[in-house]
Design a protein. Structure first.
Length: 141
């Protein structure tokens, strides 16, 4: 490779390639930050899936309208109309990101979430079962 980059033209071509790739990568990050659909997760057989930050920010999702943090470790996950989901007939799976504690999901309408039948109530805990804000994943297969 050092022989290839000995000529001035080869070094210039390599520099242009590196700069071009960096510009393309930057454009991709800008598009993701602009709120495009790049945060949509690929879960083709899931009715609903979300990877949520501790603050309720959606990292990736499928059929999730919003995640709202209601208090320390308390979240409401609302399904989209497209999902046509009634939580009472689901078997959801929830876990804390990186297994840093525990998480529970309620499959009955919760007063905290307005008793809506399309909104899951998720609670996150530390390892000692104390309620804490925490990143979690919710999946409804």
């Amino acid at each position: 490779m050092t022989r290839f980059l000995r000529t001035r033209g080869a070094r210039a071509a390599a520099a242009v390639t590196v700069v071009g790739l960096a510009a393309l990568a930057g454009a991709g990050f800008a598009a993701a930050d602009a709120g495009s659909s790049l945060n949509r997760g690929e879960a083709p057989y899931a009715q609903l899936a979300v990877d949520s930050g501790a603050d309720g920010r959606i990292v990736r999702q499928r059929h999730v309208e919003r995640v709202v943090r209601k208090g320390v470790g308390e979240y409401c996950v609302k399904a989209t109309r497209e999902a046509n989901l009634d939580i009472r007939g689901t078997i959801p799976i929830v876990n804390r990101y990186w297994a840093t504690g525990h998480a529970r999901v309620n499959t009955l309408p919760s007063p905290l979430c307005g008793n809506a039948t399309d909104t899951f109530h998720v609670t996150t805990y530390d390892r000692n079962w104390n309620r804490v804000d925490g990143r979690f994943r919710l999946l409804v297969p």
